[in-house]
Design a binder for this molecule. Structure first.
Ligand SMILES: [Zn+2]
Length: 216
């Protein structure tokens, strides 16, 4: 995917392109975009049918993902999805640790996007590996203490493989909405206007989303 370099007033697409056979979380089915009617084969229109997890490519997690009675993704407020976001470039390739976040002024209600080593490669076109860069549980607790409203990261899951469940429970249990599967290559650290709109899937634990940034 080509991302244009930032220039003022230009919206940058930070969503992973969704296509058949792209990387998915282990245990979830293959992503399939199947053209069931094809003009090339004499049909009057092209029609595609989608088969994928709600946690495919760039997507959001709702509290329902880890809490039985938690809010579903259709209930995420627009106030969370639209507004300024701080993009932090994390140098630590192992994980996003507490020490990687301490120097930033993280205010209540803020939106935080974490750009990690994952974005150096087109991760969505690769096979799954447990060695992706994720958030540590201690860093997740710190974000919850700071009362941020939204956290985004550039991989299919937000927590490290080892602490993934705990990280989700800490964030979602604190009312923090999560964006996963961003692609942030070429986007420098800074403050951006953000729009991220997940599909209005009733009752769902998550939904695919389109996310765009614009330098403020
Ligand atoms: Zn998740």
């Amino acid at each position: 995917m080509e991302i244009s370099r930032s220039s003022e007033n230009t919206w940058l697409d930070v969503s992973a392109p969704v296509h058949s056979g792209m990387q998915h979380w282990p245990g979830e089915p293959e992503v399939l975009i199947d053209r069931i009617a094809d003009m090339g084969k004499g049909n009057v229109a092209n029609v595609s049918v989608l088969s994928m997890s709600a946690h495919t490519g760039t997507h959001m997690d709702a509290p329902r993902h880890f809490f039985k009675e938690g809010k579903d993704i259709s209930l995420v407020p627009f106030e969370v999805l639209i507004g300024p976001a701080l993009l932090i470039e994390v140098k630590n390739p192992q994980r996003v640790d507490l020490s990687d976040l301490m120097d930033y002024d993280l205010r209540p209600e803020s939106r935080v996007l974490l750009k990690t080593a994952n974005s150096e490669k087109e991760w969505f076109n690769m096979d799954f590996s447990k060695s992706y860069t994720g958030l540590s549980a201690s860093a997740a607790k710190y974000l919850a203490e700071r009362k941020v409203r939204l956290v985004g990261i550039d991989f299919l899951s937000i927590g490290t493989y080892e602490e993934d469940e705990e990280v989700h429970r800490v964030l979602l249990g604190s009312g923090i909405w999560i964006i996963e599967g961003l692609y942030l290559k070429g986007i420098p650290e800074g403050i951006y206007d953000m729009i991220c709109l997940p599909l209005r899937l009733i009752g769902s634990d998550g939904a695919p989303a389109r996310a765009v940034l614009r330098k403020i």
